[in-house]
Design a protein around this ligand. Structure first.
Ligand code: SAM
Length: 353
């Protein structure tokens, strides 16, 4: 590690912010020593905010039907080989029942942009979950919707919304998405969600096709300014039936490096060690937590549909990745000094920590 990189790490620790050029320099100057130093500080900062607690979220993948055609995604509409499914309200409530018994106090409903899930249907589902489990948080991750729709869902009781911005560079966005999808609309959705009082999560894939250091620096600068409560990042992993089938996967080490930077930038953020990180590296969950992440999202979808939510090849959904495997995941976390807790795991305003 050079002295310049050491100085950037110190500056990030002190000011929680760097310039665009400095983020780029920090990314390009990555080596094992810099990664270890960043992880050490990130861990200390996270312990100040949340102790050694790791929050669990039960992920219910409610539909793999999607009107969008994102070039990287296995459930894109033009993948004719994808066996489509959607869950009904009763299926979703059964998942919550099982999850609640397993200790989950946050349910994340994620899916493709499936027109079946109108505001009427979705608000009914959210209300039913909140009525049965008033001590639980409901997180939605259903893609882009209009302001009124987000407002109705919020009013029905949804607490949080995850919508990765995917990339903060408009030119890069255009290379990852078809023409009809718009960078501006994505960003507008994120602003709307914040305005409506959701706890908001943005994020991006690490190593997505055409991504440059400048793009990653732009992602970091955007997240610094947007100040989301959650940030989801994971390596890009190719899916055989997409135009990016032959592209290399992103790196687990770079993902962890960026997690440490994000932790130092936003000490109180909720950062998941994602399924993609666990898929690319068998020890990815642990590495992510040790780098500064504090959330894991085991899969609570019905076993019969799990394999169908195939965003990328070999996506994990069984064993420690499943909600039913949470006892073993708890042991894995305990082995590295972290404790999985049964807690809603809400964002802690920095001034209160
Ligand atoms: N439709 C919603 C949306 O657009 O936010 C939620 C579902 S979408 C499939 C969830 C996330 O999966 C995307 O934001 C994207 O970053 C990630 N993803 C899709 N394809 C991926 C791939 N090939 N490798 C890694 N992550 C991928």
């Amino acid at each position: 590690m050079t002295e310049a990189i050491r100085a950037l790490v110190s500056k990030l620790c002190k000011h929680h912010a760097l310039s665009l050029e400095e983020y780029a320099q920090l990314i390009d100057g990555r080596d094992a020593e810099a990664a270890a130093l960043l992880a050490k500080y990130a861990d200390a900062v996270r312990r100040q905010a949340y102790g050694n607690r790791v929050f669990i979220r039960g992920l219910i993948e409610i539909s793999n039907i999607c009107k969008n055609d994102c070039l990287y995604c296995g459930i894109r509409r033009s993948n004719a080989g994808c066996a489509r499914y959607r869950l009904g309200k009763d299926d979703i409530l059964s998942c919550c029942e099982e999850g609640y018994a397993l200790g989950f106090r946050t349910f994340v409903m994620q899916g493709g942009e499936d027109a079946f899930f109108t505001d009427e249907r979705m608000t009914e589902i959210v209300r039913a979950i909140k009525a049965r489990y008033p001590d639980c948080a409901v997180t939605l991750s259903l893609g882009e919707r209009g302001y009124e729709s987000f407002a109705r869902l919020r009013e029905a009781g949804a607490d949080r919304y995850l919508l990765r911005h995917e990339t903060a560079s408009p030119a890069h966005y255009a290379r990852l998405h078809p023409k009809e999808m718009s960078f501006e609309r994505r960003m507008r959705c994120l602003r709307d969600l914040k305005h409506l009082g959701y706890q908001v999560g943005c994020g991006f894939m690490v190593g997505s096709p055409y991504q440059t250091t400048q793009d990653l620096a732009a992602d970091l600068k955007f997240i610094e300014g947007f100040s989301p409560q959650m940030v989801g990042i994971g390596p890009f992993i190719p899916h055989a039936a997409t135009p990016f089938a032959d592209r290399p996967a992103g790196s687990a080490a770079l993902t962890c490096y960026l997690l440490s930077i994000l932790r130092l930038m936003h000490p109180a953020a909720l950062l998941p060690a994602t399924t993609a990180l666990g898929t690319i590296d068998p020890a990815g969950r642990e590495k992510g937590i040790l780098a500064g992440a504090n959330v894991v999202m085991p899969n609570l979808s019905p076993a019969a549909v799990r394999k169908k939510y195939a965003l990328y090849d070999n996506k994990l959904s069984d064993g420690d990745e499943s909600a039913q495997g949470v006892a073993h995941l708890r042991k894995r976390m305990a082995a590295i000094g972290y404790e999985i807790v049964t807690d809603r795991g809400d964002y802690q305003e920095p001034k209160t920590i």
